[in-house]
Design a binder for this molecule. Structure first.
Ligand SMILES: [Zn+2]
Length: 108
């Protein structure tokens, strides 16, 4: 009887540990989700702002970048990836991304 109780206690403790691990993971997922939503909103605002402020014409500027590339360049400068691989995610510590640079500056 005593051994059974001890076993049961052990099982309960294991279950409790698993439960709180799951809880921690769930919290992280929620936090990540909230972060992504904020980032997404930030990107939308920025895009809207860029579309509003960039001149409609001419299509190319002194630097020879088209308007859409200027938008990508601005996004990149704001610290976001514009490459297909990581589009919309934040560049960690503003690291350079060869994929992004390729997208913005490759020959038209
Ligand atoms: Zn990138």
């Amino acid at each position: 009887m005593y051994d059974q109780l001890k076993d049961l206690k052990g099982q309960l403790e294991t279950t409790l540990t698993q439960f709180s691990d799951l809880q921690t993971e769930l919290t992280q997922v929620f936090e990540q989700n909230a972060e992504l939503e904020i980032e997404n909103q930030h990107l939308r605002d920025l895009l809207r702002e860029l579309q509003r402020t960039l001149p409609e014409a001419p299509e190319t500027t002194q630097q020879g970048l088209s308007k859409s590339r200027q938008v990508l360049e601005k996004l990149y400068e704001e610290g976001f990836h514009v490459c297909r691989e990581f589009y919309g995610t934040r560049r960690k510590q503003d690291e350079e991304c060869a994929f992004c640079l390729e997208v913005i500056y490759r020959d038209q």
